[in-house]
Design a protein around this ligand. Structure first.
Ligand code: ATP
Ligand code: MG
Length: 384
């Protein structure tokens, strides 16, 4: 099988592979780029595996005039910019020892050893610079049947790195066959070893879970995670039931992990979200239970989070989306609250002024943004 994709044939990429080859070493495309090319999915990152040691890769690439960044030389990874494209060039590695948490790796000159330390067969696919695919572990067949299968014994592989539990569900969500369910041996091992998730850093959990929730339809994978006792370990207190209805309601609205996370509920302390992400999630979750109209949400939150709130509400309440909701959100997002502080001064000052503005805003939102400036100011004289 030969990859015909444009990225394979780009001159910078080909030149980089050629200089590695001329130095007597081998270079292969590996992992996500080969997998996605075989699936006909867009390729964003180009990973190259080689039998050259990192220092040698740097020497070869620099003397050919490419810009080189020593990204993670200790782990064998060097970034080479060729033809304006970033290539992550990683030396073949093999697992030598495991301390129960993460495999310790050593460099290797053997492609088969490199394949054996990767997580899933569909991620252990290689291609020559010519595009010819090398498939040491039957990854193509698994990819065809959309089966996410561990390389080697699932239990052992999970004990080496518990993140692989989450990656198993993530790759199933993105590339698996929802109608067929997950690989049973892999699932049993994930369920049995789920306690090990406690050893993972918040950073790794958060980054893997975001990718999982951004999948086109993460609902079957998340339901399986819940049944296996994995979901409550990454998201304590969550409830997966509204996720499938949410995905159904989304139709052609782009997937957003924030929306999926909002509908699941639960405690995200173990995810290392940024302050901004936490704030946005909090606003969405608060308004799911409020009675703000689509227009009021559009004004308060902006279009995208307002959309998220309405989709989550409908999914959780098992109700339809409001009539005209897109247009209503837009109307709100384009509206301006018609009263300003200047309208209330000098009669009101300081905290009283703030209070009045707040209650007028609440009245305006409650009126679905229909009360005019005059009507609102009349309210003031009325009450004041
Ligand atoms: P994408 O970047 O599109 O999500 P990818 O396959 O490139 O998918 P990465 O997380 O970037 O995934 O990892 C690159 C490759 O490194 C994988 O394809 C896999 O072969 C290997 N890999 C990554 N993480 C692990 C892990 N925890 N255990 C074993 N192998 C891994
Ligand atoms: Mg990648």
């Amino acid at each position: 099988m030969i990859l015909q994709d444009d990225w394979v044939k780009r001159s910078g990429t080909q030149a980089l592979c050629a200089v590695i080859g001329l130095s007597g070493h081998r270079a292969f495309f590996v992992g996500g780029c080969v997998r996605n090319a075989l699936l006909g999915v867009a390729v964003t990152d180009i990973d190259i595996a080689t039998d050259a040691w990192p220092a040698t890769v740097m020497e070869i690439a620099e003397s050919a005039g490419f810009k080189v960044i020593p990204t993670g030389v200790d782990h064998g990874t060097v970034t080479v910019i060729a033809g304006g494209i970033h290539h992550e060039v990683t030396t073949f590695r093999r697992d030598v020892e495991s301390n129960g948490r993460r495999a310790v790796v050593a460099f290797s000159t053997d492609l088969a050893e490199d394949a054996a330390r990767r997580d899933f067969t569909m991620n252990a696919l290689y291609a020559h610079p010519s595009g010819e695919v090398v498939d040491p572990l039957g990854g193509i067949a698994d990819l065809r049947s959309r089966r996410v299968r561990f390389v080697g014994d699932p239990q052992q592989r999970i004990r080496e790195d518990y993140l692989r539990i989450l990656r198993f569900f993530r790759f199933h969500a993105v590339y698996g066959d929802a109608t067929q369910g997950v690989d049973q041996d892999g699932l049993a091992a994930c369920a049995e070893l789920a306690d090990g998730i406690a050893t993972l850093s918040a950073e790794r959990i958060g980054s893997e879970m975001r990718k999982l929730l951004a999948a086109w339809n993460p609902a079957p994978a998340v339901a399986t995670m819940a049944a296996a006792g994995v979901l409550n370990r990454v998201l304590p207190g969550s409830d997966p039931r509204a996720l499938a209805p949410l995905v159904h309601l989304e139709q052609d609205i782009p997937a957003r992990w924030q929306r999926r996370l909002a509908v699941l509920g639960g405690d995200v302390d173990g995810w290392r979200l940024s302050r901004q992400e936490m704030a946005e999630l909090g606003r969405i979750r608060d308004e799911i239970g409020s009675s703000l109209t689509p227009a009021a949400l559009g004004w308060s939150l902006g279009e995208t989070p307002a959309q998220d709130v309405l989709l989550c509400r409908a999914a959780l309440l098992e109700s339809a989306l409001p009539q005209d909701w897109h247009a209503q959100i837009q109307r709100g997002a384009q509206s301006t609250f018609p009263v300003t502080a200047a309208d209330l001064m000098p009669d009101l000052q300081g905290p009283e002024l703030g209070q009045r503005l707040k209650s007028l805003l609440a009245a305006w939102l409650k009126s679905d943004l229909t009360l005019t400036r005059e009507a609102l100011l009349r309210t003031t004289t009325f009450e004041g």
